[in-house]
Write a protein that binds this ligand. Structure first.
Ligand code: AMP
Length: 391
């Protein structure tokens, strides 16, 4: 697949689709990590004398009043600070003024266009991958580089639409994500262990079906563990139950009983946040809610992980937003951070947990994309990648 390094960028108008979908409150950016992550590709383009046109979405724009909340103006300012360089902000997504500003760019200049999702106010043109809009945006540049990993699983006008109409490649962030996740899944150093947690089994069925064939162990935790335990006849009290997935759990455990490992104990409460008590699987009362893996499970999981050379982790092992249920997730993070193993944390809540608990730099890779990394773990071809591969 072509990357930004495969193009001659000199004097070319290079559209880079970045992911500047940062959290903003009271006109302040709360976390600029996504902007920081995009700098490598942007700097490469400037250093190679490209005229850089940046496009990004920010939030969901459903009504005109959302425009103030989701303007990228504040992001342009932060980007300019980080690059120590002027960033031209054009507060529109189409039209003569934007076109003129683009045509006036000199090599090394950067222009950030307004939030692509403003086009959703015209009948979801961006999110619906409107053909005319994709063609129009493509007409603004000579080359398209997609570096927005978090949106690759969606076909939008600002990714698939533009890529269908211009010579296209990927940026460094996307390259890194695909290489790290891809090689861990498809050519792992063995034994290969997978840790799966999070809320519902139904969200992870695709991941389990794909990875169970490729890995040596799947360690289950989080809310989804209780549907597995229920399928084995345990009383799970009032723990999270995904009724429609019980048959799936029964079947997959029958077929892969050696590989799929379930918790043996849990931290339970009568209500979310009330007293937390350690219980083994067969001592749950009808009003117990399982909210974290227990100490025996933690030890058991460490023993199995000790054997593994590659570990892919998706989903926290307990209700880790509340401190008293975060021990399982923290203990396994701490344990893995001290080992010389290939550890990939796959997006979403597990990535936030790893970063918030202080392990940002401890692992081989922490994915920046929730949905996109989940779909890679499911073995799906992402539309934003497929369109570039096809070229
Ligand atoms: P997911 O997006 O599927 O990775 O799920 C993450 C969510 O699952 C987080 O908000 C966790 O708090 C939640 N979660 C983890 N363990 C449990 C549990 N035992 N009961 C209920 N929710 C849980």
């Amino acid at each position: 697949m072509k990357t930004i390094e495969n193009f001659n960028l000199k004097d070319k108008k290079v559209i880079i689709r970045v992911d500047f979908n940062v959290p903003i409150k009271d006109n302040r950016i709360l976390d600029d990590n996504r902007i920081v992550m995009s700098l490598k590709t942007i700097k490469f383009a400037i250093d190679h004398d490209a005229k850089v046109i940046l496009m990004s979405h920010l939030g969901r724009v459903k009504e005109v009043s959302d425009k103030d909340k989701y303007s990228l103006k504040i992001v342009a300012k932060r980007l300019s600070e980080l690059l120590n360089k002027d960033v031209i902000f054009e507060g529109t997504t189409r039209g003569e003024k934007l076109e003129k500003a683009i045509n006036n760019l000199k090599p090394g200049d950067i222009l950030l266009m307004e939030n692509t999702r403003f086009e959703d106010l015209n009948g979801k043109l961006e999110s619906g991958n409107d053909d005319t809009l994709g063609k129009y945006w493509a007409s603004l540049g000579d080359i398209f580089i997609n570096d927005a990993f978090g949106t690759l699983h969606r076909a939008h006008a600002s990714n698939v639409g533009i890529a269908s109409n211009l010579p296209s490649g990927i940026g460094f962030l996307v390259k890194d994500e695909i290489e790290k996740l891809g090689s861990a899944i498809n050519s792992p150093k063995r034994p290969f262990g997978v840790i799966l947690g999070g809320a519902k089994v139904s969200d992870k069925i695709g991941v389990i079906e794909n990875l169970v064939k490729k890995c040596d162990y799947i360690l289950i935790g989080g809310g989804m563990a209780y549907t597995f335990l229920k399928s084995q006849g345990y009383n799970i009290g009032k723990s999270l139950l995904d009724e429609n997935s019980i048959d799936f759990c029964t079947n997959i455990l029958n077929n892969y009983s050696e590989k799929i490992i379930l918790p043996v104990d849990s931290i339970v409460s009568k209500e979310l946040g009330s007293d937390a008590v350690l219980k083994s699987n067969n001592t749950f009362e009808n009003d117990d809610i399982g909210l974290d893996i227990g100490s025996k499970t933690i030890e058991k999981y460490k023993e199995i992980l000790d054997k593994c050379e590659t570990i892919v982790w998706n989903g926290p092992l307990g209700y880790s937003e509340i401190d008293k249920y975060s021990n399982g997730t923290k203990q396994i993070l701490e344990y893995l951070s001290k080992k010389d193993k290939i550890v990939i944390i796959g997006g979403g809540d597990s990535a936030s947990a790893a970063i918030n608990f202080g392990y940002k730099k401890s692992f081989t890779h922490i994915s920046t994309g929730g949905g996109a990394s989940l779909e890679l773990l499911e073995g799906k071809v992402l539309p934003g990648i497929e369109v570039i591969e096809d070229k």
